[in-house]
Design a protein around this ligand. Structure first.
Ligand SMILES: [Cu+2]
Length: 538
């Protein structure tokens, strides 16, 4: 079962405009380092106030593994050389109807979410990205233990793909699970640029009749002229060297953004301490690209077992999720199996994934995602197994009352439990910054693409996050799956609550330069991001 995406209102018109770009003159220089950039036309350069490049252009420090170095190639060979599966995706401008309001945005293949990419563990992915956006972009494969030069981190693992250019991503996948992909440039994640990446297990131990992939997202792009870039500028405007000059479109966007930011800051000052997020007040929340009043319906028969793959693709919102009238049996978190546990609801942070099994009852049931904190809005879809009226699109299933089980309440399945071992290295990461200055950082240092926290291949590494801020942060490490303490689940993204310390362990077995950042994109793009680098052993 594919994700139920919706098609852009622009459709064929955009395809024609896209091919027009191809015939314009000029060529983007080949990236000589990895040679994977294609020669295509050069489109307009990014606007001068774009957030590309992160303001750091120093040369990379010596003594570290190169993203396409021999260590990386060796690790990639160990992932196998199964059949190659070919895909392509075009990132372009698109339009969607959000329950009566048409928004301009950017999307993959004119669809929201983009078409699912589904392969089997042991296969190799060959995915060509055609960039028809008015800005450079990349694809990051969230959660995948990927070869470093395919990780999509601009200025660290690759140069971003210019407007009008293409890039061939090619990599082997050896670990099944629920993943997703999105850009890693600026705040593009908060547009419509996301899609599921599902790696099936050739020896799937679970049995079920249907699969339902559900992506949950918060939405502001194109609403009242707002854009994620205008929102980021507004949040950073009090910082020295913050927002610069703006086009007329961005000034319009900034008025809407300014109002939303003012509301958010006002609310944050009256926030309860157990409120898990400092949400921007998003005008919409969508499930598989649809607002609640235009919700998707998933059809099955009573008694069917359904595997639901829940993916939080939001830029700034955690969700409490429940299926009315049903228990959820959690089988996987962040792609990895956990000891099965039943719950009535889940708390899912940005970037996290939960796989659940449900046995469908007879009737019509709301799958509801309630924004945690913020303005308590909902996204919704329906499970229909019989006749009857659909519930109100604003209904809050009673299952949500428990507040939602978070990932730290689970244990890893024995098959993926990290062995006991004393860490060879502990990296202390104080999460710093505050809401008024919007000066998010790690150990007081805002992001620089040349920063490195060193590790050595073969080490057991412990990351100790200490949240010194009043906000919570879902911290994400690229290229690895760490373990929470005491046999906790394997994860790539973990919530760190205010004033709390969380330690996670992993084996350094995937050489390269890896981003480590908060998955609130307005925190990471404002500085809460750094790079973990494998020391070169030559
Ligand atoms: Cu954060």
């Amino acid at each position: 079962m594919r994700t139920h995406s919706r098609r852009s209102l622009l459709g064929a018109g955009m395809a024609a405009a896209g091919s027009g770009l191809l015939t314009s003159t000029g060529a983007y220089a080949l990236d000589t380092r990895n040679g994977r950039h294609r020669h295509h036309s050069h489109h307009t350069p990014p606007p001068p106030d774009s957030h590309d490049g992160h303001g750091s252009h120093g040369s990379a420090p010596a003594g570290y593994v190169s993203p396409d170095g021999p260590e990386v190639i060796k690790a990639e060979r160990a992932r196998g050389s199964g059949p190659v599966r070919r895909f392509s995706v075009t990132a372009s401008e698109a339009q969607f109807d959000m329950g009566g309001q048409v928004v301009d945005t950017w999307a993959y293949g004119d669809l929201l979410p983009g078409n699912e990419v589904r392969v089997k563990a042991g296969e190799r992915v060959a995915m060509t990205l055609h960039n028809r956006l008015p800005h450079s972009t990349t694809i990051h494969w969230h959660g995948v233990q990927i070869r470093n030069d395919m990780d999509g981190s601009p200025d660290v693992t690759q140069r971003s793909v210019k407007a009008g250019a293409s890039f061939d991503y090619g990599f082997a996948v050896d670990i099944p699970g629920t993943y997703w992909f999105h850009p890693h440039v600026g705040v593009q994640l908060d547009r419509g640029l996301y899609a599921p990446f599902i790696v099936e297990d050739p020896r799937e131990p679970l049995s079920y009749d249907h699969e339902w992939v559900v992506m949950i997202d918060d939405w502001l792009d194109g609403v009242d002229g707002m854009t994620p870039d205008a929102m980021l500028d507004e949040l950073n405007k009090d910082k020295p060297g913050g927002a610069g000059g703006h086009s007329e479109m961005q000034r319009v966007g900034n008025r809407a953004a300014a109002a939303a930011v003012a509301r958010m800051r006002r609310r944050a000052r009256h926030r309860k301490s157990d409120d898990p997020s400092d949400n921007i007040e998003y005008p919409f929340h969508v499930m598989n690209g649809r607002v609640a009043r235009d919700r998707e319906t998933f059809r099955a028969k009573p008694g069917d077992r359904i595997r639901i793959r829940l993916i939080n693709a939001a830029a700034g919102t955690a969700y409490r999720v429940a299926l009315g009238g049903h228990n959820l049996t959690v089988t996987h978190i962040d792609g990895y199996p956990v000891q099965h546990k039943d719950t009535d609801s889940l708390l899912i942070a940005m970037g996290e994934r939960f796989d659940v099994l449900v046995t469908a009852k007879e009737g019509v049931f709301p799958l509801t995602a309630l924004s945690a904190g913020g303005n308590n809005q909902t996204a919704q879809a329906l499970l229909r197994t019989g006749s009857g009226d659909a519930p109100d699109d604003k209904i809050r299933p009673t299952e949500l009352r428990s507040g939602g089980l978070s990932a730290d309440k689970f244990k890893a399945a024995s098959s993926v439990r990290l062995s006991n071992r004393t860490p060879d290295r502990t990296i202390k990461l104080d999460l710093t910054g505050n809401m008024d200055d919007w000066d998010w950082a790690i150990n007081g240092k805002p992001y620089s693409s040349t920063a490195r926290y060193p590790v050595e291949q073969g080490e057991r590494v412990r990351l100790t996050f200490h949240n010194t801020t009043t906000m919570w942060h879902p911290m994400h490490l690229h290229g690895h799956t760490f373990a929470l303490a005491d046999g906790g689940p394997r994860k790539d993204t973990t919530i760190v609550l205010p004033d709390k310390e969380v330690s996670v362990d992993f084996d350094a077995d995937n050489p390269g330069l890896w981003m480590l950042h908060c998955h609130n994109v307005y925190h990471s793009e404002s500085g809460m991001m750094t790079v973990m680098g494998y020391k070169s052993q030559r």
